[in-house]
Design a protein around this ligand. Structure first.
Ligand code: DUC
Ligand code: ZN
Ligand code: ZN
Ligand code: ZN
Length: 486
């Protein structure tokens, strides 16, 4: 059984050209002119792009006294309708602290539900011998990246010595360390200060997490990664301070990657000063949205290549869940949506405005993610032999974003009312059409697969020049040769 996507413009991270794409079973068989197959998918007037990969989601995550409302089923389905064919979800250890058990628990939850493919990152929330040992099990189970929270004091936060130990372990295992960069000690203090001043609303969230706290943590994580000799992936980069730290590290030769979110590129801090509490609370996430200057810095980073991917940190909490923090902003579950809207909003605000080329759009939504997470070219590519995760991306379908027409379980949408100018006409996951514009028929839950991501082949050579200069030397001393006068 073959399918052919005909008459479209194949658009990759490198170039665009007119070609048909022939799919046999789950993979791409051939790319060329005048191809034929058992079934024809029309791509006239549209681009044929590698399916989006969202490197950062939190589906059904237990967090801040509740559980994220987006399920693996609704999340992967919503993603598919928006042109995203794979997501990488963050796996958190349970009460027993076991990494292996946590991964198995994520499999138990996700396997019967997923409509498209997924991977995991594993969170390291403390340090001991069994964490050290089990990181190897995680890599063998196909999880080659470990996230460290430098914020959420008293809950997920990790200390610098623990992070250093974990990064060194990542180096041994060929795994990629990641950080949530915010100074959690200072955030906790500032939160208490805001509450003491009587600032209990969502604006207190923004005041207590300034960009300087993020920049400091980004610099600290980079120093730790440099000393450990590992690359580093900084999740949800929201501000110039963190971006600047990444630019500087890259200039020194370090492999430091930065991930702005679609929300940070397009929504700003004024949302937290909205007079409607619910409007503001629905947008509470960490780090918070920033000012326009920071947005410009993030766009510039995507253009210049100092920031490589665009994610969502999709952590969906309903209005009712957000109301847990009605009297105290520190109790508002942190998170916002974007899994379904990421591609359309980035196209509208990035490509349509001339900020990104169509090729850069593909790079930051798919190809770069696949490369950094070591699943390229199985994912993120339109080449012979790759998984047929393909989107027929139509730049002529416009839509007004609304909870009435989205596929997320959320009762609101942070992009509500926005007009977007492109949509997925068809989304294919390993050769199966799982979404067609105007049809709205959900694929079989459980058809998706967990994608094992292998360790990186060579230990990182991320050590900066600084490390070389400070390489220790043994000094030969003659104990008898004590200078006079001492
Ligand atoms: N930030 C959020 O806003 N939600 C989930 C976790 C995180 O770091
Ligand atoms: Zn500390
Ligand atoms: Zn985070
Ligand atoms: Zn996150």
């Amino acid at each position: 059984m073959t399918k052919v996507i005909k008459n479209g413009t194949v658009l990759t991270a490198d170039r665009q050209w007119t070609a048909d794409v022939l799919i046999e079973g789950e993979t791409i068989k051939q790319i060329g002119e005048n191809l034929s197959g058992d079934e024809v998918i029309d791509a006239e007037g549209a681009y044929v792009i590698p399916g989006g990969i969202d490197p950062h989601t939190h589906l059904e995550m237990p967090f801040m006294g509740t559980t994220a409302a987006e399920t693996f089923e609704s999340g992967t389905w919503a993603a598919a309708t928006g042109g995203t064919t794979m997501l990488v979800d963050f796996c958190l250890p349970g009460e027993d602290g076991s990494i292996k058990n946590a991964i198995n628990e994520w499999h138990r939850k996700s396997a019967p539900q997923i409509c498209s493919d997924i991977g995991y990152h594993m969170a390291i929330t403390g340090w001991n011998e069994s964490v050290f040992a089990e990181m190897k099990d995680a890599v063998e189970m196909g999880v080659n990246s470990f996230k460290h929270f430098m914020a959420y004091k008293g809950a997920l936060m990790i200390e610098d010595d623990e992070m250093f130990a974990s990064f060194k372990r990542c180096r041994e295992l060929g795994a990629l360390p990641m950080v949530h960069a915010e100074n959690g000690d200072l955030v906790a203090d500032m939160q208490a200060e805001m509450l003491a001043k009587g600032i209990t609303g969502p604006e207190g969230h923004a005041y207590s997490r300034p960009p300087e706290f993020e920049g400091e943590a980004a610099n600290r994580a980079i120093t730790i990664a440099d000393a450990a000799g590992t690359p580093l992936y900084i999740v949800h980069v929201s501000c110039e301070q963190a971006h600047e730290a990444i630019r500087r590290a890259r200039q020194k030769g370090m492999r430091v990657y930065g991930e702005p979110l679609i929300q940070f590129l397009t929504l700003d801090e004024s949302e937290y000063f909205h007079t409607d509490w619910e409007h503001a609370a629905r947008r509470v996430m960490s780090p918070p949205f920033r000012s326009k200057d920071h947005q410009d810095s993030l766009w510039a980073g995507l253009q210049a290549g100092s920031l490589q991917v665009v994610a969502t940190d999709h952590a969906a909490f309903t209005t009712e869940q957000k109301r847990m923090g009605i009297d105290n902003f520190t109790l508002i579950p942190n998170g916002s949506n974007g899994l379904e809207e990421r591609l359309a909003v980035l196209w509208t605000k990035g490509v349509e405005t001339g900020r990104l080329t169509p090729e850069e759009f593909v790079a930051v939504t798919s190809t770069n993610v696949a490369k950094i997470l070591n699943i390229y070219p199985q994912k993120g590519a339109i080449v012979e032999g790759a998984d047929a995760d393909i989107v027929v991306w139509d730049p002529k379908i416009s839509k007004t974003i609304s909870p009435a027409n989205h596929h997320s379980v959320l009762d609101y949408n942070v992009f509500e009312g926005w007009e977007v100018t492109a949509q997925a006409r068809h989304t294919l996951s390993r050769g199966e059409v799982i979404w067609s514009w105007g049809q709205n028929s959900q694929p079989q839950p459980g058809r998706g697969r967990f994608v094992k991501r292998p360790p990186f082949a060579s230990a990182s050579k991320a050590l900066s020049q600084w490390k070389e200069l400070t390489a220790p030397k043994q000094i030969q001393r003659d104990p008898m040769n004590i200078p006079a006068g001492i």
